[in-house]
Design a protein around this ligand. Structure first.
Ligand SMILES: NC(=O)c1ccc[n+]([C@@H]2O[C@H](COP(=O)([O-])OP(=O)(O)OC[C@H]3O[C@@H](n4cnc5c(N)ncnc54)[C@H](OP(=O)(O)O)[C@@H]3O)[C@@H](O)[C@H]2O)c1
Length: 297
């Protein structure tokens, strides 16, 4: 297939054919990008940045966020990953660069507005704009019945899952709305659509993510910015292992899934890449399930 026949996944700034613009360009192969006299290389870098979507991911160091970063790297995107563990962040940046992607890690705790503001500002300072934001940071909180919960356990879960999503969208939209293009994907859950015995606060927080997504989508629609959410079912990540606690409970959860297996983080990542792309150009304010049929029951 020639580059002209390749399907377009993104059209950031009306240019992008990711596959026709080789993402590699020797950017991480020891080429001196600041070197004098290398005008051609500088022009290639400029062209690369113009043609390549800039993707920001919170909660990017593990699980679904990490799989999403790798999926965008394989698409040749410029990627900013953020999280709270610097060493792990730098290791993932190195891995993303092996795919030829431009990648940066910046520390951000999504509960703190200064962190989130700075993360978005640094992204724009580094890459000139923002095209896609994936808000994957989340916590399972403290499992247990409603009668066991407290104001503290409520705040611990809502501060990350709800306030974190709100602050992330606030600062992402600060950039996306004036650009008049871009896409945000929040991570809700099947528990954003149903109740969850033993996970009431988590379920409430993921319902809130759906409400934030729908409201932001309505506010952003006039500018052409799209805001959607994914609703994963049980996905094989550290969070699910912490949430279930034992292999028996994990197996019990699998038995509730019509496809009779856990999802893989990569399966959620692929849906996120699709929602970010021009192939999902008429979708906004929607929540897309990837749950092995769990919510079809
Ligand atoms: N796994 C599932 O079955 C499932 C199902 C539905 C929805 N989800 C959602 O999917 C998203 C990703 O979860 P996952 O399954 O991939 O689990 P995970 O591996 O535990 O990922 C959660 C990530 O969020 C980060 N994080 C937590 N609090 C943060 C904060 N205050 N600021 C910045 N980062 C923070 C964590 O970093 P630290 O290591 O620093 O805590 C971690 O990297 C979450 O929103 C989760 O609710 C998961």
């Amino acid at each position: 297939m020639t580059s002209k026949q390749q399907p377009k996944l993104f059209t950031p700034v009306q240019i992008g054919d990711l596959h026709s613009t080789p993402p590699l360009l020797g950017l991480h192969t020891g080429v001196d990008r600041q070197g004098t006299g290398d005008r051609q290389q500088k022009n290639k870098l400029k062209e690369y940045l113009m043609n390549t979507p800039v993707v920001l991911i919170t909660g990017a160091l593990t699980g679904i966020g990490r799989a999403t970063a790798l999926a965008f790297a394989k698409e040749g995107a410029c990627i900013v990953i953020s999280g709270r563990r610097d060493e792990v962040g730098q290791e993932l940046v190195a891995e993303l660069r092996t795919f030829g992607a431009e990648a940066e890690y910046w520390r951000a705790d999504v509960r703190h507005e200064d962190d989130v503001r700075s993360l978005v500002d640094k992204t724009v300072a580094r890459f000139g704009r923002l095209d896609v934001a994936v808000n994957a940071a989340g916590t399972e909180g403290k499992p247990g019945s409603v009668t066991e919960q407290s104001a503290e356990s409520y705040a611990a879960t809502f501060d990350t899952n709800v306030l974190g999503t709100l602050l992330s969208m606030k600062h992402e939209l600060r950039v996306l709305l004036p650009q008049r293009h871009g896409s945000i994907i929040n991570v809700s859950s099947t528990y954003g659509q149903t109740g969850a015995a033993g996970a009431s606060i988590y379920a409430a927080s993921k319902h809130a993510v759906v409400g934030l997504t729908q409201s932001a989508a309505l506010e952003a629609a006039e500018s052409g910015v799209r805001v959607n959410a994914v609703a994963p079912g049980p996905i094989d990540t550290g969070m699910l292992t912490r949430f279930t606690g034992t292999d028996e409970r994990k197996a019990g959860l699998v038995s509730t899934v019509p496809l009779k297996r856990l999802g893989k983080p990569e399966e959620i990542a692929q849906m996120i890449v699709f929602l970010a792309s021009d192939k999902a150009s008429f979708s906004t304010g929607a929540t897309f399930a990837a749950d092995g049929g769990k919510t079809a029951r």
